[in-house]
Design a protein around this ligand. Structure first.
Ligand code: NAD
Ligand code: UD1
Length: 330
């Protein structure tokens, strides 16, 4: 298949490109480089021996997208391009709605116009809001706490409505839990600009000496050690989930959780990092981060049953590979 991967030079997108190319698919990347570097295209080639076609373009640019869809016979789209910083989305809601929601509309329109029947969308566990874990696809969604989360819920709805009236349109909405880690080659991974918002890149930057210590956001949650619990999954497992979803797509809309089903606390992750790397992370326990939930983890049974997909890596692997990338590339 020829797959258009939007956001393909980004953290998750680059790993998806590697898995797609390794499986013999052809890949076109569209990315405006708002949060990534064109050198990632070279690294994807270094890992796979195959070079994806790269367009530096904005997915909200309908004319440019029309040109790309007219030039290539595209079999399917994996739409990852989007802005993802929760705090920034509160500061700049219109930017987030414009970029993330319009991007989804433009790409869905192009698919329908050019007869591209397969669409895989990067959604997030954030759409479950404060539903209790384990989170199951059949749960009614609860309002996400910030504009970023809203853009994911809105994009899901837009794609459902479009598929409703276009019976040939096959859509998979993939709700990611907490992707971490990096490709075992150490050539691609997560390279956030500025101070990281998320836990794993914060830990690797403390390990590197770029940041003094980890601030643990809350030690009084109703969890075994009082710190927040999340479902971390290796980014390579997540990438493989996209391949599985694309191969099994049927007309209509299916929603899948991509998570491990296992919860890990902040302190458990800190200890796993020490086990994987020998580096002890200095930390102090501070106040909770506004908007955070105590416990978030997936029920991954549907993806296992229907996609034959299951996460393979554990948290020590995730820590080892995240650190390997941090040492190599930043
Ligand atoms: P990322 O920032 O590394 O990748 C996103 C890519 O999209 C970047 O390369 C950026 O330059 C590009 N981009 C942004 N807006 C664009 C536009 N208008 N046109 C073209 N390119 C554009 O982020 P990521 O972690 O790889 O996330 C990929 C997707 O997965 C995002 O949609 C994100 O919301 C979603 N997601 C991520 C997580 C996570 O924890 N990383 C969790 C749930 C969902
Ligand atoms: C964050 C986003 C969420 C997004 C998800 C996956 C927020 C409020 N939420 O959630 O929308 O879908 O990432 O990308 O940003 N932690 C610390 N110290 C830190 C950083 C994090 O203790 O410096 C804790 C958090 O309180 C949490 C856990 O580590 O318990 C994981 O945090 P993070 O990596 O930011 O992911 P989420 O909170 O799941």
């Amino acid at each position: 298949m020829l797959i258009l991967v939007t956001g393909g030079t980004g953290y998750i997108g680059s790993h998806i490109c590697v898995e797609m190319l390794n499986e013999g698919h052809s890949v076109i990347i569209v990315d405006n480089l708002a949060n990534s570097d064109r050198a990632v295209v070279d690294r994807i080639e270094q890992i796979t021996g195959k070079r994806p076609l790269f367009y530096e373009a904005d997915v909200t640019d309908a004319k440019y997208m029309d040109l790309i869809f007219s030039t290539h016979y595209i079999d399917g789209v994996i739409h990852l391009a989007g802005l993802k910083a929760v705090g920034e989305s509160v500061e700049k809601p219109l930017l987030y709605y414009q970029n993330n929601v319009l991007g989804t509309i433009v790409l869905a329109e192009q698919c329908l116009k050019h007869g591209v029947g397969k669409f895989v969308f990067s959604s997030s566990a954030t759409v479950y809001g404060d539903n209790p874990s384990p989170l199951i696809e059949t749960m009614e969604l609860r309002s996400a706490a910030n504009p970023y989360g809203q853009t994911k819920a809105m994009s899901e709805q837009i794609l459902k409505d479009a598929a409703n009236v276009n019976p040939e349109f096959a859509v998979a909405l993939l709700r990611y839990f907490n992707p971490v880690g990096a490709h075992p080659s150490g050539l691609i991974g997560e390279a956030p600009r500025g101070i990281p918002n998320n836990l794993m890149p914060y830990i690797t930057q403390v390990a590197r000496g770029k940041l003094a210590e980890l601030k643990v956001f809350g030690g009084d949650y109703p969890t075994p050690d009082g710190t927040g619990v999340r479902d971390y999954l290796h980014v390579v497992d997540l990438a493989k989930g996209h391949l599985a979803a694309l191969e099994k797509l049927n007309p209509g809309v299916e929603v899948y959780n991509l998570g491990t089903g296992r919860g890990t606390s902040v302190l458990e992750l800190v200890h796993a990092f020490a086990e994987a790397t020998g580096i002890k992370i200095p930390y102090s326990i501070g106040p909770r981060r506004p908007g955070d939930l105590a416990v978030v983890y997936a029920d991954p049974a549907k993806a296992k049953a229907e996609l034959d997909w299951e996460a393979q890596y554990g948290i020590v692997d995730m820590c080892r590979d995240a650190w390997n990338f941090e040492k190599n590339f930043s």
